[in-house]
Design a protein around this ligand. Structure first.
Ligand code: GRF
Length: 207
């Protein structure tokens, strides 16, 4: 039976994003308009030019650029990311289009507390190299009539870890990579917010 909400600590979200940050924005909007009670605590991007950083600053969320360009030793980068998450008292990490593996220290500290979104129905069309348009190209090349969105708990590898939520999206006959990507992305935004809602309500337990 789910615990009453007052006994669950409020979610403090730490985002990692590399590019556009539209998934992050969908969650920020839901926090802002009260659909979620979670608090956006911090945003980290490996890309100093990312729109995710622009969106974070616009929303008044502390934003950091942490990348292998500055922290050339992967252990240092892992420690720097962990330090920022810790300083902002993050209790749930959201990978919202983050194109890097998470370091072992961060994984160990936030075990079962890091979520990723993937624009296909994992375990199909996932893994190294399958990100961005390549995912939708692979779906179209396979001739599948259905694709979808997956939210999963993150482990040390790309796109693996227990699956928390999925939704299917139809592939239309005349789809291009772009049209399919746009239809999937719209569902990503909905599924991310819905999944966080279910976690907040205690309906969905992180495994
Ligand atoms: C999304 O398609 C997500 O599934 C994938 O990267 C993309 C990020 O898009 N992991 P955005 O930066 O949230 O707009």
């Amino acid at each position: 039976m789910p615990l009453p909400s007052q006994t669950r600590p409020a979610l403090r979200l730490g985002f990692l994003a590399s590019h556009g940050g539209s998934n992050m924005q969908a969650i920020l909007d839901a926090c802002q308009d009260g659909r979620l009670t979670a608090e956006p605590a911090v945003v980290i991007s490996n890309n100093s030019e990312s729109n995710a950083l622009v969106r974070a600053r616009r929303a008044g969320v502390p934003a950091y650029h942490l990348s292998a360009n500055v922290h050339t030793d992967p252990e240092d980068l892992d420690a720097a990311i962990l330090d920022v998450l810790d300083r902002h008292q993050v209790n749930l990490v959201i990978l919202a289009g983050y194109m890097r593996l998470i370091g072992p220290k961060t994984i160990a500290t936030y075990q079962r507390r890091i979520l990723n979104i993937h624009p296909a129905l994992l375990p199909s069309f996932g893994g190294k190299g399958l990100f961005g348009p390549a995912v939708h190209e692979a779906v179209l090349a396979a001739g599948d009539s259905v694709t979808g969105v997956t939210i999963h708990v993150v482990d040390e590898q790309f796109d693996s870890g227990p699956i928390l939520a999925q939704v299917t999206v139809p592939v239309e006959k005349d789809d291009t990579t772009e049209s399919l990507a746009a239809r999937v992305l719209a569902q990503e935004h909905l599924l991310f917010v819905e999944t966080l809602k279910r976690i907040e309500r205690g309906e969905l337990k992180l495994p």
